[in-house]
Write a protein that binds this ligand. Sequence first.
Ligand SMILES: C[S@@+](CC[C@H](N)C(=O)[O-])C[C@H]1O[C@@H](n2cnc3c(N)ncnc32)[C@H](O)[C@@H]1O
Length: 231
Amino acid sequence: MNNTNIFIKKMFDAIAPKYDFLNRFLSLGQDIYWRRIMAASVGGVRNLLDVACGTGDVAFEITKLHKNRIKIYGTDFSEEMLRIAQKKKDIMDCNNLFFVAADALLLPFADNRFDAVTIAFGIRNIEDKKRVLKEFIRVLKQGGSVLILELTAPENRFLMELYMLYFKKVLPVIGGLFSKNFQAYKYLPDSVMKFPKALEFVKIMKESGFKRIRVKKLSLGVATLFIGYKN
Ligand SMILES: C[S@@+](CC[C@H](N)C(=O)[O-])C[C@H]1O[C@@H](n2cnc3c(N)ncnc32)[C@H](O)[C@@H]1O
């Protein structure tokens, strides 16, 4: 694991106990709505891989919506985030879910294994986007879909200014105070700002081998859902 990944893993290990609460609070509950849209876009698949699953919210949302019909593997390299996912799974008694510790770049699954791969708020943490997208292609069946949900900077100038004010001044303070990890909530806005614009990201998806790419802007572009298919 390189130094950036060690930093990111340690950061998520440290904020894991407060992660769900801060997500709801800092996104004003929007994160639930965004994951719900992603879950509704999954379609009639039978087995799915949720990469960078964190505390498991994408897997739980898909399970709720599709009534345990989809077998889901959730992977993440933060054991502390996975520990919380596992606790939630035990409480909810979902026997279709399996959480496994793994780096997104080295998924411990055979080629052509999954009908769909999802990743929510995870890909911006991964520097080599093409490499991780190619890893998704490897584990996807022919015709399988990838659904990528990510925080994005809005394009409207007025909204962008409000957003920057919130993201740069308010969020790091609240996030830092609650999680006692000021570095993590300074990293969050920086990582969102570094994420490519929608069209640039579509280009990266195409170059990695995905076809028929669709882009859905959510909440005035504060989040974006990208969907693509393996040929
Ligand atoms: C912002 S959280 C998102 C968690 C979850 N998907 C959600 O919707 O709340 C990002 C997650 O990505 C994980 N992550 C970042 N880089 C990773 C990598 N290279 N391999 C595996 N997990 C990674 C972190 O450990 C963290 O749990």
